[in-house]
Write a protein of this length. Structure first.
Length: 202
């Protein structure tokens, strides 16, 4: 029988009520994504077109190869596009894969807020207030990579504050990985945390 790590069990015991509220509330915020056949998110069709070209480039039924060639570089938006590309192998649909990705973004957003709250000594219940922000006007415009990057700043900042309190190699690597992840989602959150890191060095 597989047992959960002791740290996970302790976390569930300490914050069971928060978890019991978070999951259904986050699911309620994510549910509208699955209630419409076509989501009216302004920039989303452009993103889906790019992911479709990435995923089906070698498929002769789509006939994309004469017009495009794959160029995988470490550039902003790669995290969103490539994760959905990989999910498409499971869902067999770019649209469904992107719905799964956006659902995960909404549901997991409070966990990033939870990490930030713990790092700054604030109530973890404040993290639930991120749910309406997760589906704000920027999300409705279809700026999915930007929204993910902004919310990922919270655990990234939690890692940064932990590093400043107790500098370790492990903490420095964690901050570096979070910073790289922000860049691969969207350059604005990456630039913001780079500015904060530079300010702390002073």
């Amino acid at each position: 029988m597989v047992q959960a790590p002791r740290g996970v069990l302790d976390f569930v015991k300490r914050h069971g009520f928060w978890l019991a509220v978070w999951l259904p509330l986050a699911s309620w915020f994510a549910y509208p994504l699955w209630s419409a056949r076509v989501l009216p998110l302004h920039d989303l069709p452009n993103h889906l077109a790019r992911i479709t070209a990435l995923h089906y480039l070698g498929n002769p039924r789509w006939n994309l190869a004469p017009y495009y060639e794959r160029s995988l570089q470490l550039v902003p938006y790669l995290a969103h596009f490539y994760l959905v590309h990989l999910l498409t192998y499971v869902t067999r649909s770019v649209t469904v894969a992107n719905l799964v990705f956006m659902t995960a973004y909404i549901v997991l957003t409070p966990l990033g807020g939870f990490a930030f709250a713990r790092a700054t000594g604030r109530s973890p219940w404040l993290a639930l207030l991120l749910l309406p922000l997760a589906v704000s006007i920027y999300f409705q415009w279809g700026f999915i990579g930007f929204c993910c990057g902004v919310m990922l700043m919270l655990p990234a900042l939690a890692a940064l504050f932990g590093l400043l309190d107790a500098p370790t190699l492990r903490g420095a690597i964690a901050v570096g990985l979070w910073t790289a992840a922000l860049y691969l989602f969207q350059i604005v959150p990456w630039a913001a945390i780079r500015f904060l890191i530079a300010a702390e060095r002073r």
